[in-house]
Ligand binder design. Structure first.
Ligand code: HEC
Ligand code: HEC
Length: 252
């Protein structure tokens, strides 16, 4: 009798534990489903979802992004990794949905849905750019372009004639303006950075740094995580990353 009663007790106990586990799993599942149903750009302004997204997003960032982007997401001008806490960005509008797209499909990561529309050509090479015919630049021409960009970023003391030659080349023969815009203000549709905002992806805007980029080119890679992260983790890390910089759109 007693063994039977304790068997019943164990059985009921097990049922209660199972029910609790199932309820918890249902709750987590519901929350994940809600996160995936919600417009990613609305999550930061949805109180219940915001906290959950930021908490998990921070963990996903530490595990998958911090190795390159830095634990503080400030990147590295030495390695040409962008600062993700400022209001300067390469692609799109820097919204959670833009960032989710980058997390899933990457930048120049070999994923056909990722960003890969343009690279910075290397103008010291005989063939600066594989995708488009562009003339190589002589060291003197490169110096004129450096003078133009330095002057355009508010550095005085450059010879006017050099700056003018650089500006002309930028807009015409060297093809720079086709990607960066004639005013060098950049083009977020192809990831060509603004060159006159005093913020640099590679180096700190010194003559040597600019010359180095012009001569060797630049084509940074951010990996595609579509096969490495769940859709949920990709979304929350994008929301977390977006929360680190000032809002780029008025709050919804
Ligand atoms: C292997 C290094 C590496 C890892 C890991 C990595 N990234 Fe990147 N990421 C880069 C580089 C390099 C760039 C700059 C690409 C370029 O120059 O176009 C970049 C660019 C970006 C950008 C564009 C930033 C801007 O200012 O426009 C976003 C957003 C981004 N990464 C998010 C992430 C997130 C989120 C993760 C983690 C899930 C991640 N990256 C993991 C190297 C990395
Ligand atoms: C085919 C398009 C294209 C052309 C042409 C082009 N660029 Fe770029 N440039 C880019 C892209 C894309 C990047 C960013 C690369 C990256 O994110 O890894 C870049 C980056 C740069 C940078 C680095 C900026 C930073 O913040 O560190 C400089 C400087 C630059 N370009 C100057 C020039 C000049 C000067 C010319 C003309 C001689 C030129 N570019 C022509 C696409 C182009």
């Amino acid at each position: 009798m007693t063994t039977r009663r304790s068997a019943v007790r164990i059985f009921v106990g097990a049922l209660v534990v199972l029910a609790a586990v199932l309820l918890w799993r249902h709750h987590v599942h519901e929350e994940e489903a809600r996160m995936m149903r919600t417009d990613p750009d609305a999550i930061l302004t949805t109180p219940g979802l915001r906290d959950t997204a930021l908490k998990r997003g921070k963990e996903v960032f530490a595990e998958n992004c911090a190795s390159c982007h830095g634990a503080d997401a400030k990147g590295s001008t030495l390695k040409a990794i962008p600062d993700m806490t400022d209001d300067d960005y390469l692609y799109g509008q820097n919204t959670p949905s833009d960032i989710e797209q980058i997390v899933l499909h990457g930048i120049r990561a070999g994923d056909t849905k990722g960003w890969n529309l343009a690279d910075m050509p290397g103008y010291a090479r005989a063939i600066p750019y594989a995708r488009e015919k562009l003339p190589p630049l002589t060291p003197a021409q490169t110096d004129d372009l450096v003078a133009f960009l330095r002057a355009a970023n508010g550095n005085g003391g450059y010879d006017e004639a050099r700056v003018d030659r650089g500006r002309m080349m930028f807009k015409t023969t060297a093809g720079c303006g086709d990607c960066h815009g004639g005013d060098a203000g950049g083009d977020p549709a192809i990831g060509a950075p603004n060159l006159v905002d005093g913020k640099w992806l590679k180096g700190n805007g010194s003559e040597a740094d600019i010359r180095h980029t012009l001569e060797r080119g630049l084509a940074g890679v951010s990996p595609a995580f579509i096969h490495r992260l769940s859709g949920y983790d990709a979304r929350v890390v994008a929301v977390y990353t977006a929360s680190l910089h000032p809002p780029t759109k008025p709050a919804q």
